[in-house]
Design a protein around this ligand. Structure first.
Ligand SMILES: [Zn+2]
Length: 278
């Protein structure tokens, strides 16, 4: 076998770059001296290059759809990551709002207890006043004035005959625009009979009146007790109901569920599609 034969055998490997350095040297030395082999090499090289271009083209064509899919998956993954974090966040918010719901419900129950206590106290004061009036006349209010001096400032008894007829139902303690104290048969403050002229301290919810047995009893709350009366008034008329208290937690829970289903839906689709590709 002459050198030409050997080099021809080696050329394909040489072009593919698979020869050992020794073989490379041998091939190169021979190509520089042998015109025929040099031509063969040039021809083979041309064919090889054309082949490479074809191979690359096919590779690119095959890769393209996968790259597109991968791109879509990447953006899906990013989206599902965001959804995951949003779900976690809404879970935390839901837990906080549920906690708040429990606290608010408990507070509201306490507020109603307080409101009932205040109302009961109104009734107790009136009950004591009418009992003492029946027993001792107007001087009987002195004891009530002393006993409830934390709650009431003035307490007065009027005769129903001396006043214009009351238009509303006064069979229970009722908030009233104060009757003029100078028309009262007797007015007491801290157990003392008051004779000087009195300016009523509150026109809003601070004065209560009730009518019974020919008497009208009127009392005013003390300044500091009025705060509690106001609180009770707010509770009675403006308290939210339980549905309103729990609404924020409910909404947060629904949002959490929606986010979770969206998140798990996207995750499942992703998983199935990736299985298909694999
Ligand atoms: Zn040769």
């Amino acid at each position: 076998m002459n050198n030409c034969e050997i080099v021809k055998d080696l050329l394909p490997m040489y072009i593919d770059g698979l020869c050992s350095p020794t073989s490379n040297t041998l091939v190169e030395q021979h190509l520089s001296t042998c015109k025929q082999c040099k031509q063969i090499h040039a021809q083979m090289l041309k064919e090889f290059e054309v082949e490479q271009v074809e191979v690359n083209k096919i590779a690119i064509q095959q890769k393209q759809p996968f790259e597109k899919m991968n791109h879509i998956f990447k953006s899906y993954r990013g989206f599902s990551k965001i959804l995951e974090w949003m779900t976690v966040l809404t879970v935390v918010i839901t837990i906080i709002l549920i906690g708040k719901g429990f606290i608010d419900t408990k507070d509201l129950a306490n507020d109603f207890k307080h409101q009932e206590k205040i109302e009961q106290e109104q009734q107790n004061i009136m009950k004591a006043a009418f009992e003492n009036l029946a027993g001792e006349g107007t001087s009987g209010l002195q004891k009530v004035s002393t006993d409830y001096q934390n709650q009431i400032k003035y307490i007065a008894a009027f005769s129903t005959t001396g006043l214009e007829p009351l238009s509303a139902d006064y069979s229970k303690p009722k908030v009233i625009y104060p009757l003029p104290y100078e028309k009262a048969k007797a007015t007491y403050e801290n157990g003392q009979l008051i004779t000087e002229k009195i300016t009523p301290t509150d026109y809003d919810i601070g004065t209560m009146a009730m009518e019974k047995d020919g008497y009208i009893v009127q009392f005013e709350y003390t300044r500091h007790y009025l705060n509690e009366v106001e609180k009770a008034f707010q509770t009675k008329h403006y308290s939210p109901n339980n549905i309103q208290l729990w609404m924020p937690a409910l909404i947060a829970m629904l949002v959490t569920l929606c986010l979770y289903f969206l998140y798990s839906g996207i995750k499942n689709t992703n998983r199935k599609a990736q299985k298909l590709i694999a």
